[in-house]
Design a protein around this ligand. Sequence first.
Ligand code: CP
Length: 307
Amino acid sequence: MRHLLDTTDLTLKEIDDLISLAEDIIENPDKYAEVCKRKKLATLFFEPSTRTRLSFEAAMMELGGNVLGFSEAASSSASKGESVEDTARMVSCYADIIAMRHPLEGAPRVAADKALVPIINAGDGGHAHPTQTLTDLLTIYREKGTFNNLTIGLCGDLKFGRTVHSLIKAMSRYKNVKFILISLKELSVPEYIKTDVLEPSGCEYMEVEQMEDVMPQLDILYMTRIQRERFFSEEEYLKHKDAFILDTNKLQSAKASLTIMHPLPRVNEISTAVDDDPRAKYFEQALNGKYIRMALIITLLKWGELL
Ligand code: CP
């Protein structure tokens, strides 16, 4: 039984295969319309979500399968004290595959130890969000045609932003990728991302506090939201919330070929005027999330001999 708990659970070849499958699904949706007939996806969301949960559900529906689940811990028996292990073991009786989001880092891994079906980490605390990363990789590939030789600016809350941690882990496996980490010191990437991921990879990286200075160098600008729910106090959040706002002025020095990405939801870190810029790809990115999740569901079910 294979699960997807972290991006590094997948080899580069497996990532390539998922991307190829997603592209085939985009080109030939009818071919996949009944692939998961009679299969069920459970979405166990102990934390709020719009894109991840609904794109997983849309993905399974477009594959001809069915969905069940809950969108908040309060409407599950977690509110009565049921453990993640027991929840995963139980839901394995009702579904063929499970996507789980949980505020506690490592909760999907705990679930995977007891589940009888594949578990997909749909975001665990400030740790990882591997299906967002697959979404990001599909977007990068469709925009750039390669994962190599790219300068990627990551901007905003690099401390709590799990999508950033997962994307760095994924992109640092490719050739000649340079990271420019744009954040306030208080919201810089956790030390382990530098010591355990960036430094061993040999990727060049630099940390800056101004996006304007580095804008002309970037092939990709990955904006992120300040993660209000992970701050210890509202006062701390308010102090940082408008630290970086991308607007049309700041884009004047950017490459014509820049790709602007954001995992969404956006609060106010990208001005809505930027949405009309042809370089803004965050809504396409969200759509890509459905296709790569279709590819992932098929692949995990096949690996588990459930399809
Ligand atoms: N990108 C993302 O994870 O969005 P949701 O929180 O809406 O699922």
